[in-house]
Write a protein that binds this ligand. Structure first.
Ligand code: NAP
Length: 308
């Protein structure tokens, strides 16, 4: 079987930090081109836009869209129309409904649409899911707090409509939550703190539950100074389970039971190659729906302006 020839579109932080090395390490995947307005790679065909890539570029089978969410729908539609498989960075869109026509396009064209949730591939997520499957869960708390200046330098798009603000990392926590819990949860209340000069929240507190009344709370904050936290704490009838470092480490009653190297993006590309072999799609919108519902239900407060 020949390699899946992939072009990265939007060569920014995550493309550099993760996609490049993950493609290089994935059997059956080859990086064939880059489309980015201001960035290129030596010895690789480069185009400023996805339109130029699709019209003038070398033969490719797939695109990996690493651009901000606000521009990805149009890019995904152009790529699918050109017969390419499409991998979407998270979140898959700026709205839930905009994914429907893309899913339909991919099915009609027999091409893959893969909406990735990299945090679901963190090494302790599946062990946590297995542990919770056999226990009675009493409560869940998410503590997801990071310093936006460290993790999102110069990313003005994150503060614009559709940029999600603190839900940009927060949706990662929700992608894990919706994977490890045995039943679907939904948002019942939200408090959203908007900087007075921004269109997206800098902090959010969510209350969620399921049909059995499970109490789930989440605290997301972009203003964290000092230790950063990407933790999910679960009280169960047989102990307390902690999933920390974004799903990398699982502990039960303080004792580490799962800790392995992070191979999230290698797993994503392995899955992309697998899906593209048959043109199947994988699009789970559950985490994005929770974010959308937080915006629907959210009680808003204005806080001090965000200054870089
Ligand atoms: P980023 O550093 O801002 O990179 C995105 C790149 O897309 C930019 O460098 C830019 O490259 C291009 N771009 C920006 N605006 C564009 C526009 N209007 N039209 C076309 N291209 C545009 O952002 P990022 O951190 O890589 O994040 C990208 C996506 O990956 C986000 O959805 C984010 O949630 C997700 N993600 C990020 C991380 C992380 O740690 N940063 C982790 C996981 C997932 P050019 O100027 O060269 O066109």
């Amino acid at each position: 079987m020949t390699d899946l020839r992939i072009a990265i579109v939007g060569f920014g932080k995550i493309a550099r930090d993760q996609h490049l090395s993950a493609i290089a390490a994935t059997p059956g995947a080859t990086l064939a081109a880059v489309a980015s307005r201001n960035a290129s790679l030596p010895d690789l065909p480069h185009f400023a836009t996805i339109e130029e890539l699709l019209e003038q570029g070398p033969p490719i089978d797939a695109v990996s869209l690493c651009t901000p969410p606000q521009v990805r729908r149009a890019q995904a539609a152009a790529a699918l129309a050109a017969g390419k498989h499409v991998m979407l960075e998270k979140p898959p869109g700026t709205s839930v409904a905009e994914l429907d026509p893309l899913i339909a396009m991919a099915a009609d064209a027999k091409r893959t649409l893969f909406a990735t949730w990299h945090s679901r591939h963190a090494p302790a997520v599946e062990p946590a899911r297995a542990w919770l499957a056999t226990r009675r869960i009493k409560s869940v708390h998410i503590n997801w707090k990071e310093d936006v200046r460290i993790w999102h330098p110069g990313q003005a798009w994150i503060w614009e409509p559709g940029g999600l603000g603190v839900f940009d990392p927060g949706v990662n926590a929700l992608s894990i939550l919706t994977r490890i819990l045995p039943r679907p949860v939904f948002v019942t209340a939200a408090e959203l703190a908007f900087p007075s000069n921004c269109q997206a929240p800098i902090a959010a507190n969510l209350t969620l539950t399921d049909l059995a009344g499970l109490p789930v709370t989440a605290e997301f904050d972009f203003r964290q100074i000092g230790p950063q936290s990407w933790d999910i704490l679960v009280e169960a009838d047989q102990g307390q389970m902690t999933l920390s470092r974004g799903g990398r480490i699982m502990a039960v009653d303080g004792k580490v039971v799962a800790d392995a190297p992070d191979e999230e993006y290698r797993e994503l590309y392995h899955r992309f190659v697998e899906l593209a072999a048959t043109g199947a799609s994988d699009v789970d919108l559950a985490p994005l729906r929770l974010v959308a519902d937080a915006f629907l239900l959210g009680r808003r407060t204005l806080v001090e302006p965000f200054v870089v």
